[in-house]
Design a protein around this ligand. Structure first.
Ligand SMILES: [Zn+2]
Length: 472
């Protein structure tokens, strides 16, 4: 009997070892692997962006080694005939779930609710999103990034912003002094970006942005409510680098006309403030306000964590608070957002693709293709939409020497498409495979990864009910 236990223990131990070993083997086999995509049409996304037809691109380890140069003998060949290669997409506005607890803990208790990193990251990868900007950064997001970095999970590169708000958030600052200290604290914790939020007072907002400049941290965010009804010059202040939604501007005015949009655009241009239009967000707010059928019929809902699926369906604030009057107002806002996009484009203000992924109705990864399409409907060319989702995002994050274009020396974050996205932006959905930091994930693997997420979510629906969250 004792031997049986020993044997069982040994089997458990050795199977653990085996798993670790295979992970290591997979990683080491990835190291040193050379891929060559032959006869592919490359859309480089550089400033000139001249398509390189029937090209050969070689990927070694995690970098692009060469374009139209010799192919090393030991490389694995991928047939790129009639296919199109673009740079991996960047979603500049996401919210990933990180470990935590709804119930109050005790000093030595860790998170009671943990989210599998791979399950969260798979939808990004399946959609060619190879970089994301986490706009409600918490310690757990650093852990996710480390897991990806060490090869324990396959996921996008993650930039992380710390939120500073005037109330109701983890970091609260109500005076300029507190604002400045909060920036320095965030830097000490390892954040590189600050997100300013809705409830900051005017002076604290200004002090945070000024301190961030001193600390060499870029600032993204909301325009605080405290500026409503004030001249727009008051919040377009130096170093406020990026507005997180067009909605931030529509909240500042009742004049939903092109003149007002042009005024915002001019000030943004002068102040070098870029914009994430985030048109998807308002489209989804309206859909949910009208009816929850929109969520029920969402074909990608199955890739959302079951706790959030349940929340979106049973505790949906957009739906709960909806009146016809409010829906009409949202529609006016949505129309104004399109004017804002047009005016910003005319003024030459760079705009970035960001989707608010993780907010109800907005499914990680999949949402980027929706946003691209909405931007084209609002007046972007297909090429401009792609640029906003690749090179420009990399420029704002100041990693454009590493990602954002298809050029030798850059990290191999690439999407192989079956059809040309310059002809029809919807072709970004026709993914034949993705290189994530040099790791090749073909369509079959993508489908397997997605079905793993779906299966896990389905199997755990009972456990994750929103109304029972305090017991989790
Ligand atoms: Zn957001």
């Amino acid at each position: 009997m004792k031997n049986f236990y020993l044997l069982a223990l040994f089997v458990i131990l050795s199977s653990c070892n085996e798993k670790k070993l295979t992970d290591k083997v997979q990683q080491s086999s990835h190291q040193g692997t050379i891929y060559a995509i032959k006869n592919v049409n490359i859309i480089p996304m550089t400033k000139k962006n001249k398509v390189i037809k029937n090209a050969t691109i070689v990927i070694e380890n995690n970098k692009i080694l060469s374009i139209n140069n010799s192919i090393p003998n030991n490389s694995i060949t991928i047939d790129g005939a009639d296919k199109w290669l673009i740079s991996g997409l960047i979603d500049m506005h996401v919210h990933n779930l990180s470990n935590g607890s709804f119930s109050k803990g005790y000093p030595t208790r860790g998170a009671t609710l943990s989210f599998d990193t791979q399950n969260q990251m798979t939808p990004y990868i399946a959609n060619g999103v190879t970089t994301v900007f986490e706009l409600s950064g918490r310690i757990g997001h650093f852990k996710q990034r480390d897991e990806i970095g060490s090869g324990d999970a396959i996921g996008p590169r993650i930039a992380i912003a710390a939120v500073i708000d005037g109330k109701g958030n983890e970091i609260v600052a109500t005076t300029p002094l507190e604002g400045r200290q909060s920036v320095r604290n965030a830097k000490g914790l390892g954040y590189r970006f600050i997100k300013v939020y809705t409830w900051l007072n005017q002076d604290t907002f200004k002090a945070i942005i000024d301190e961030a400049k001193k600390q060499d941290m870029k600032v993204v965010g909301h325009i605080p409510k405290a500026f409503e009804g004030e001249p727009s010059e008051n919040f377009f202040i130096p170093h406020f680098g990026l507005i997180a939604h067009a909605e931030e501007l529509s909240k500042q005015t009742n004049n939903f006309n092109y003149e007002k949009a042009k005024e915002f655009a001019q000030l943004a241009k002068e102040n070098n403030t870029w914009l994430i239009p985030n048109l998807t967000n308002m489209v989804w707010i309206i859909k949910q306000a009208k009816s929850l059928e929109s969520i029920k019929n969402l074909t990608t809902l199955k890739y959302v964590h079951p706790l959030m699926q349940n929340k979106w369906l049973t505790s949906n604030r957009y739906n709960k608070n909806a009146t016809q009057e409010l829906i009409d107002f949202f529609q006016k806002q949505a129309n104004f957002h399109k004017m804002i996009v047009k005016a910003f484009k005319e003024a030459g203000v760079p705009m970035l693709v960001g989707t608010d992924a993780g907010i109800s109705g907005i499914v990680r990864g999949f949402s980027i293709h929706d946003e691209l399409k909405l931007l084209v409907e609002a007046g972007f060319t297909n090429e401009e939409a792609l640029t906003s989702a690749t090179r420009l995002g990399a420029e704002w994050l100041e990693i454009n020497d590493k990602i954002g274009t298809v050029e030798a020396g850059k990290f191999a974050d690439l999407i192989l498409l079956d059809e040309n996205p310059l002809e029809d932006i919807s072709n970004t959905r026709k993914i034949s495979g993705v290189f994530v930091n040099g790791k090749w994930i073909d369509k079959n693997k993508i489908d397997t990864m997605l079905s793993n997420v779906e299966t896990w979510n389905d199997n755990n629906k009972k456990k994750f009910q929103w109304k029972n969250r305090n017991e989790l």
